[in-house]
Design a protein around this ligand. Sequence first.
Ligand SMILES: Nc1nc2c(c(=O)[nH]1)N[C@H]1C(S)=C(S)[C@@H](COP(=O)(O)OP(=O)(O)OC[C@H]3O[C@@H](n4cnc5c(=O)[nH]c(N)nc54)[C@H](O)[C@@H]3O)O[C@H]1N2
Ligand SMILES: Nc1nc2c(c(=O)[nH]1)N[C@H]1C(S)=C(S)[C@@H](COP(=O)(O)OP(=O)(O)OC[C@H]3O[C@@H](n4cnc5c(=O)[nH]c(N)nc54)[C@H](O)[C@@H]3O)O[C@H]1N2
Ligand SMILES: [Mo]
Length: 770
Amino acid sequence: MIARAPGSDPAQDTPRIGRPEHHAVGVHAVTTAVRMAERQMGAVRGARALLRVNQHDGFDCPGCAWPEEDKVHRAEFCENGAKAVAEEATRRRVTPDFFARHSVAELVGRSGYWLGQQGRLTHPMLLEEGATHYAPVSWGRAYEIIGAELAALASPDEAVFYTSGRTPNEPAFALQLLARRLGTNNLPDCANLCHESTGSALVETLGVGKGSVTLDDIHHADLVIVAGQNPGTNHPRMMAALERAKDNGGRVISVNPLPEAGLERFKNPQRPRGVLGSGTRLTDLFLQIGAGGDLALFRALNGLLLEAEDAAPGTVVDRAFVDEHTLGYEAWAKDARTTDWDDVLAATGLPREQIERAAAMVLESRSVIVCWALGLTQHKHSVPTLREVVNFLLLRGNVGRPGAGVCPVRGHSNVQGDRTMGIFERMPEAFHAALDAEFGFTSPRHHGYDSVNAIRAMRDGKVGVFVGMGGNFVSAAPDTPVTEEAVRRCALTVQISTKLNRSHLVTGRRALILPTLGRSDEDRTEAGPQFVTVEDSMGRVHASRGRLKGEATLRSETAIVSGIARAALGASDDIPWEEFAHDLDRLRERIGRVVPGFEDFNARVRVPGGFSLPHAPRDTRTFPTHTGKANFTVNDMVVPEIPEGRLMLQTLRSHDQYNTTIYGLDDRYRGVHDGRRVVLVNPEDIQRLGLTEGAYTDLVSAWPDGRERRAAHFKLVAYPTARGCAAAYMPEATVLVPLDHTSDVSNTPAYKSVLIRFEPDSGTEAVVVI
Ligand SMILES: Nc1nc2c(c(=O)[nH]1)N[C@H]1C(S)=C(S)[C@@H](COP(=O)(O)OP(=O)(O)OC[C@H]3O[C@@H](n4cnc5c(=O)[nH]c(N)nc54)[C@H](O)[C@@H]3O)O[C@H]1N2
Ligand SMILES: Nc1nc2c(c(=O)[nH]1)N[C@H]1C(S)=C(S)[C@@H](COP(=O)(O)OP(=O)(O)OC[C@H]3O[C@@H](n4cnc5c(=O)[nH]c(N)nc54)[C@H](O)[C@@H]3O)O[C@H]1N2
Ligand SMILES: [Mo]
């Protein structure tokens, strides 16, 4: 059996390399999106779906977590939002007949791209132990099987419930309630693979693991630093917010090993100069940093700010804020003054003048915001890097006042909400206490598994049942073959999904597929039409109403959790699971009594635009940390070491994918077409390493466990990335990321810093995962 890589089919992956673009969006983006919508949905359904995205009475875009603009700017167009909707609202179907025609052995040899293109799942399906094909199963029987497998576990901690961040608040709350009622905190989620480092750093330093700014703050900031993020592809609506900041006289510094088109220039299709003219230049200063150099950069900036303070005391540091609201300043400042410039230059690869220019821009700005995404969160030293970002902001009082603050830009559209609802392996005691009081039981207090620890436990035979609430765990997690072997050791794997993916084919001894309604689908129950709620990256909660007619055989995510819960907990369990499934208002009443900030939830979420969750540092400059103040922290310098003959590889997204979902084979802004198996390398590195531009090569990573990881057959592309760095797409390159290579503290896989070397191409047939 050949198991192909999880992304594109290598035999049909023939990249053509053109020139990278220097602006994002424009009219081309609109036509690309409309064409894709028509292909998947047909013209009428396509138009109906796209007109409902992010409207008051419509559904929340299933794309990213960037917040919506106010009413005036509401009709925002987003190419990748349109693609996400088209992918979900497609008319193509994966029916029981499809599973009768294709064996699991055949399907597991298909690419992730092909699987996704087959359409929406329609019926619950069961793969019996030893069976070659999935067969249809009734909902009732499916629940019975899960209930029996859960009951057979020696301990509830042998069950794992994974959540992907598209799941709305209500089913997320129901799922954590089910897990805790069973007696486990094994609630890993995609945030463990994504922004966990953000949560770890912000909780320790500011007391709240979420961003402290609103859209209005971005619009009115004097300076926005965008570090480790590619908004042109992953958060396209963010470009409109940056454009408004520029309109208001603000400036932008971008920090990235890659010159990303979306940060260079934005052609807003809603504006004449975006359609006919050259658009808006977004970046004023581009710092082309070496991978993992950000800690050194922020240490250097802090050192320069302190120097400026020493030269003109009382003019740089916000002493009043520091004295009243923070702890640890003196010890931190003493250490920051010792920053060694040789280290800074080696770690960042930047000329000193550029860092000095950036520091000057900071000094010229009263209000500063730092935005970041995975380029800062997925390194071994991500948590200290983000703590240093916080030091940088605290120093000048840039937290909790207009136009200033921390802005981690989340990924999945409700990943932040899921966490708020209790999807976390170690919720604080106050949450447990409120849950227990509301539901009359004692929830377990011992910590559960995060995503990486769940894989380790599965690998070690400690997990019997794995339930995936959305997502594609086997392709999203690191170290693909290790993860796949681990998952295969479970007795039962259950996937609650909208679309077919590799996690339906790499399974436990038995497997279930439970097809569910998506964001765009209407959910009508005996209690009438239902809506769900989501929380965006800036802590605003609002309603989302699907309007498209889905297949009658599908169930909502909440209904599925409720069915599993009843089967697992029995008729005598006094939580009204059935009522929750029929009437989400009943569930919201309970959420309102458990989760802080959700009081009177049903009424407040019905107000157009929803409501904002409280955020103490933003609202009142209070910091609910362990010390009761905002904490300065000392973070030792890290100079990433790249031995001779190696490069530091980051695994990232193309413009035509949503995580493991591949929309197409183009990465238009980077000039890559018709293929994904490319590795982007600086031309000087190509020459220095004796490689040949355009040739195919294997990528090999070694790790102290002695296991050599190989990703075969990547086309070498000369690209203006920072020297010493390379880039390739996930999930094709994920096989190179060792399971144990994670961020300190947060345990997030270090997907952005894998040391690789190059070996001769082994050809397409070698592109196997197992
Ligand atoms: N269309 C679309 N939208 C998406 C997604 C998608 O796949 N497709 N995924 C969603 C999800 S779940 C997430 S989490 C977000 C991800 O959003 P991003 O974080 O923008 O995603 P990546 O493609 O991983 O890009 C990482 C960026 O960080 C840069 N980078 C890498 N290493 C470093 C470093 O050491 N320092 C600095 N300063 N920069 C670095 C890379 O060059 C790249 O620009 O997007 C969300 N939105
Ligand atoms: N190498 C590498 N790996 C990475 C990353 C990286 O940068 N590099 N990034 C990591 C990050 S940031 C993340 S967030 C993870 C993403 O990890 P996941 O969230 O696990 O993966 P996705 O690819 O977003 O999941 C796609 C699947 O979700 C299901 N789905 C879609 N919509 C719905 C819905 O409404 N309900 C339900 N129940 N199911 C739905 C569909 O079946 C679809 O196939 O990947 C991580 N993996
Ligand atoms: Mo993510």
